[in-house]
Design a binder for this molecule. Structure first.
Ligand SMILES: C[S@@+](CC[C@H](N)C(=O)[O-])C[C@H]1O[C@@H](n2cnc3c(N)ncnc32)[C@H](O)[C@@H]1O
Length: 524
């Protein structure tokens, strides 16, 4: 019997704290770190911190906060080895860790790092600990390279997570541990409904934004019955910037020509789109006949859509004539019906995050109004709903509603720790179990709504097998009509799993630790 979670896991970020944003830069960073340890997400406290500072201090505060978080557990270990007696006060530990980050990772001059950190302790009323803070930081400042080596030797993760990753990825473990504590590169996706990759590359040169073109290739080993012409290799192109850059310094950003999106996240929309096209190109005698609509109208679902990164990408592909063969297939090819209309439904259970979908689509010229103006036959429905219970059928007689489903599932986000290093503080071992149950609940609710012959792309940004390959293996043992489609050998990204592919390694050039699996629904 399948286990179900007692309640949908609440992935909501706590509301922004009433952080007292005064005092020196270091005091503000220490207070921000304390708020994170008290359960606030980095996303909810970063803007209040940066907005409270003068422009000249923002860069230092950002580096100090993010680096301290990325090295958090390594700094904790070092601190414990340096203190004669255990230090229990969270405020004192945090202040010392902020001092250690300056000495070991940010090359702040010893005098400034020690003096300013001790002053910060006084400001936040921990004057009783200034002797201890001073002594530890001075000791480290005498031989920073020795202590840096000590810090870098092992991982910077909570022990439960490091242990689990060693179980899951023993071969890749050492590199993974280092990759997860480094900053991530910034990637751009080009909106091909507005411009071409080639033109945008030229624009980047003109704006003196240094970037490399990255091309990811993918293919599927499709069932024999499917048309070989449609199982061709898919190419996904994006840009990796040499340096993180403010979006207003990017060409035509406000006009929607590009978006910031991790390179591996840019695989989702092309993968599900090519599977959808494949479905349409196959005459499937077993397929459920859609009695409510013309056969050439298709319905697709983005099941966990906010804030809309992958949804926007899918819409860009659908509304870009070059990339979307759906609307202009060869009419003389009887096996490929031309599509007259696409209905794309996007759901998410968090209303504030749904607001961000509207903002993103607006900037990218992909709102329902924009699509209508451009005479695209795409209907967009955005719904706030719980994917564990939501039924898309409405008044339709058949429950089999969707031709393709993109399920970018809620997950522990362990594959994006380098971008969101607060995750390693906020996640617990119990969260993994709860999240896996939530993922299973969503899958079990959505699968019956997929048409026979349809495809479901399951995506996470986790590197834990329990949420990925094991989740998929568990799922297909429950459904005799679910077939896992293999990726072909010519994929130039990720590691093949028993089902799906795991995006690894995580290094200075690569995208994040996403997982992809494509499921095909056959007649039972
Ligand atoms: C990985 S994020 C989706 C990111 C999005 N696809 C994108 O590319 O921008 C997962 C989303 O699942 C949503 N979510 C979590 N539990 C849910 C549930 N039970 N039903 C619907 N959405 C849920 C979260 O609010 C979150 O926005």
């Amino acid at each position: 019997m399948r286990q179900t979670s007692t309640a949908p896991r609440n992935n909501k970020l706590k509301p922004s704290s009433n952080l007292i944003m005064n005092g020196s830069v270091r005091v503000r960073v220490i207070r921000t770190l304390l708020a994170i340890q008290n359960g606030q997400s980095l996303a909810s406290v970063l803007d209040p911190l940066l907005n409270s500072l003068h422009d000249g201090d923002k860069g230092f505060a950002h580096a100090l906060l993010l680096t301290t978080l990325r090295q958090w557990y390594a700094l904790e270990r070092l601190l414990d080895s340096l203190a004669d007696n255990s230090i229990d006060e969270k405020e004192v530990r945090t202040t010392i860790q902020v001092g250690l980050t300056q000495l070991l990772y940010l090359q702040v001059a010893d005098h400034a790092a020690i003096h300013e950190t001790v002053e910060a302790a006084k400001e936040i009323e921990f004057a009783h600990a200034t002797g201890l803070i001073n002594a530890i930081l001075r000791k480290v400042a005498k031989n920073p390279s020795k202590f840096r080596k000590k810090c870098d030797k092992k991982h910077s993760l909570p022990n439960w997570l490091a242990y689990q990753l060693k179980q899951d990825w023993s071969e890749q473990y050492d590199d993974l541990m280092q990759g997860l504590r480094q900053p991530a590169p910034m990637f751009l996706r080009v909106n091909t409904a507005v411009t071409s990759v080639e033109d945008y590359q030229q624009a980047l040169v003109e704006f003196e934004v240094e970037a490399d073109l990255v091309e990811l290739t993918s293919g599927f080993n499709l069932p024999n019955s499917l048309d070989a012409a449609t199982s061709k290799t898919i190419s996904t192109k994006g840009f990796r910037l040499h340096q993180s850059t403010a979006v207003n310094a990017l060409p035509q950003f406000a006009q929607g020509a590009a978006s910031v999106q991790d390179m591996h996240a840019q695989l989702a929309a092309p993968l599900i789109h090519s599977a959808l096209f494949n479905k349409l190109s196959v005459k499937n005698d077993d397929a459920d006949v859609d009695t409510d609509t013309n056969n050439n109208e298709i319905r697709i679902l983005d099941a966990c859509a906010a804030p809309g990164g992958k949804l926007a990408h899918w819409l860009e592909i659908l509304s870009s004539n070059e990339q979307s063969p759906l609307f202009h297939v060869k009419q003389d090819d009887e096996s490929i019906p031309a599509v007259s209309k696409v209905t794309l439904t996007a759901i998410d259970n968090e209303a504030p995050r749904i607001e961000r979908i509207y903002d993103n689509l607006q900037r990218l010229n992909l709102s329902q109004h924009d699509l209508q103006q451009a005479e695209k036959n795409i209907e967009l429905n955005i719904v706030c709903a719980d994917a564990t219970t939501w039924q898309g059928a409405g008044k339709k007689k058949s429950k089999l509603v969707f031709d393709a489903i993109l399920l970018d599932s809620p997950c522990t986000a362990t594959g994006v720790i380098r971008r969101h290093p607060d995750i390693s503080i906020l996640r617990t071992e119990e969260d993994v179990e709860q999240t896996a149950l939530l993922q299973a609940d969503i899958l079990h609710n959505l699968w019956p709504q997929l048409k026979v012959g349809g495809y479901l792309l399951y995506v996470t940004c986790s590197i834990l097998k329990q949420e990925n390959v094991e989740q998929m293996q568990d799922f297909i043992t429950h459904y005799s009509d679910a077939v896992a489609i293999e990726f072909s050998e010519d994929c130039n990204w990720g590691i093949a799993q028993a089902i799906g592919r795991q995006c690894l390694p995580i290094d200075s050039e690569s995208g994040d630790g996403f997982y992809y699996a494509l499921l095909h629904k056959t007649a039972e």
